[in-house]
Design a protein around this ligand. Structure first.
Ligand SMILES: Nc1nc2c(ncn2[C@@H]2O[C@H](COP(=O)(O)OP(=O)(O)OP(=O)(O)O)[C@@H](O)[C@H]2O)c(=O)[nH]1
Length: 253
């Protein structure tokens, strides 16, 4: 790529089978490194007609369903070709997408025609997303449609956590992968978002994670009243009760 001056925006289209998480991780640069580039957000497109077939396809043990992974990582999801399906079929696609990713913003399109302001400048990875995280947090937890499927798990817990205990909680999940579900299978977190209360900070802190990368960012928003930590996990083999218990035990007594 050669161009004088700065780019306004870089849109990177991956191949159909790509894992967007791996690509996103490369661009998710630490703000302190002073890079001009920041990761704005991940947009995925599914075809209304074939989405269910692809999303619900069971892959052999150990293999991931790429379509479901792309939905899991998306900040915005276009359900395209809505003219080719009935209202009921569209509703089914929407509900499966929602069960995989409880945070994603869904847009329904024909010929992928979309208002650009809805897919650019998302700020999905920075502290500006606090408001939207709060708004979205009302989403309920997904019920699993398949045992091995990707789901969204959310919970809220009052309290404070120390910096160290929060890092330990996240690292056990993302790095050590030693947090297991009730069947003894390690939980696999693909995307993580949270609003947390650190014991030594007045402001709300946002946690973001993609694959094994994660980041804590202090926001400008001060806590008011009781501090309610909100966590969202998207991944496989997740168990809400165990995750919540673990987070609770990380909180300061
Ligand atoms: N009926 C209908 N057809 C569409 C729509 N959007 C795209 N198509 C048609 O679908 C065909 C395939 O286009 P796409 O599915 O967009 O193909 P693509 O995503 O570029 O293909 P890959 O990158 O290989 O996945 C083309 O003939 C398009 O004109 C739509 O909303 N409705």
């Amino acid at each position: 790529m050669q161009k004088k001056g700065k780019f306004d925006y870089i849109l990177l289209e991956t191949t159909g089978l790509a894992d967007p998480g791996a690509v996103a991780s490369m661009f998710w640069v630490d703000a302190e490194l002073g890079s001009d580039i920041y990761l704005d957000g991940i947009v995925s497109v599914v075809d209304a007609k074939y989405a269910l077939q692809h999303l619900l396809e069971e892959k052999p043990e150990g293999l991931v369903n790429e379509a479901a992974r792309q939905v899991a990582l998306a900040d915005v999801l276009l359900i395209n070709k809505t003219d080719l399906v009935s209202t009921k079929e569209l509703e089914d696609v929407r509900s499966v997408v929602r069960s995989i990713n409880g945070l994603v913003k869904i847009l329904e399109t024909q010929r992928s025609r979309v208002d650009l302001t809805k897919i650019l400048d998302l700020h999905a990875f920075d502290s500006l997303s606090v408001k939207s995280l709060q708004d979205k947090f009302t989403t309920s937890n997904s019920h699993q449609h398949l045992d091995k499927s990707i789901v969204t798990v959310t919970f809220e817990v009052f309290g404070n956590v120390t910096d160290e205990d929060l890092h330990l909680f996240i690292q056990n999940l993302l790095w050590e992968k030693n947090v297991k579900n009730k069947s003894g299978v390690s939980m696999e977190v693909i995307r993580l978002k949270g609003l947390v209360a650190l014991d030594n900070k007045q402001e709300q802190v946002i946690v973001q994670g993609v694959h094994e990368l994660y980041d804590l960012e202090e926001t400008q928003v001060k806590w008011e009243g009781e501090k309610l930590n909100r966590m969202v996990f998207i991944g496989r083999h997740l168990d809400k009760d165990i995750l919540k218990q673990l987070f609770e035990s990380a909180l300061k007594r």
